[in-house]
Design a protein around this ligand. Structure first.
Ligand SMILES: C[S@@+](CC[C@H](N)C(=O)[O-])C[C@H]1O[C@@H](n2cnc3c(N)ncnc32)[C@H](O)[C@@H]1O
Length: 230
């Protein structure tokens, strides 16, 4: 895992200098919300992580939540779910903490490193929903191996998701779109839920725009929903 991580996690950890309030949230609120991930082969204790709360809607994972708009929105809309957000970029984490504090949300846990460390420690069939929204596109062919969506990542997600669980992928990158669709559609554990183009071209009502999406950096955003067979 360490080697995989070194090979593919190339994003920034820090951007511009954090404001005092952001530093204070990282020092005080983050430790209370941080998901404990034991070193392999340890398993994450989800019951302990969510304070022994009953989670009728299960545990959801968002990979690379950026500044956390989508994560916080989903947590507010689904108080019966426990959400795990992974994001190594600390300026984004600080913004997410501010949203969480403002909204007074209690069902989010954060991990400020590579999501694959969390994925390695989660028990099988523990995730009801997974979101990978606008992952870094790595458009150059020689960088495609750095893309988060890969066969090995989907294999692991297939183990972690419950039958009929939902995987949501989004991109606005014209070369990542066919890559994502091909990897997920050809994976034996996943079924694409789209029946017509508007199913992936139009934003579903329960899918708020992310900060990255609003910047409109590449092409048109696409919204891909897959169901875990089972
Ligand atoms: C293009 S940004 C999109 C952020 C957010 N999803 C949005 O749409 O605004 C991709 C994010 O994924 C994060 N990221 C990249 N690799 C990751 C990994 N292995 N685990 C968790 N986050 C990752 C980066 O730090 C970055 O913030």
């Amino acid at each position: 895992m360490e080697e995989t991580r070194r090979r593919t996690l190339h994003g920034r950890r820090r951007g511009k200098k954090l404001r005092l309030g952001q530093r204070s949230l990282l020092d005080t609120l983050l430790p209370r919300l941080t998901l404990a991930v034991p070193p392999p082969p340890g398993r994450i204790d989800l019951a302990a992580a969510f304070g022994g709360r009953l989670l009728p809607d299960g545990v959801w994972l968002e990979v690379g939540f950026g500044a956390g708009e989508h994560l916080v929105w989903q947590a507010e809309q689904h108080p019966e779910a426990g959400l795990i957000g992974c994001e190594p970029y600390l300026n984004g984490v600080a913004k997410c903490l501010a949203h969480i504090e403002r909204a007074g949300i209690g069902n989010i846990r954060l991990f400020t490193d590579d999501a694959r460390l969390v994925m390695a420690g989660l028990p099988a069939r523990s995730l009801t929903r997974v979101f990978v929204l606008f992952p870094d596109p790595w458009p150059k062919t020689r960088h495609h191996k750095r893309r988060f969506v890969q066969r090995e990542t989907l294999d692991r997600l297939a183990e972690l998701m419950v039958p009929a669980g939902e995987l949501r992928l989004a991109t606005d990158d014209p070369s990542y779109l066919p890559w994502m669709v091909e990897h997920a559609v050809t994976h034996p554990a996943f079924e694409w839920l789209a029946e017509c183009p508007s199913d992936w071209r139009d934003r579903p009502a329960d899918w708020p725009a992310t900060r990255y999406e609003r910047k409109k950096l590449a092409g048109r955003p696409t919204f891909l929903r897959f169901r875990r067979f089972g």
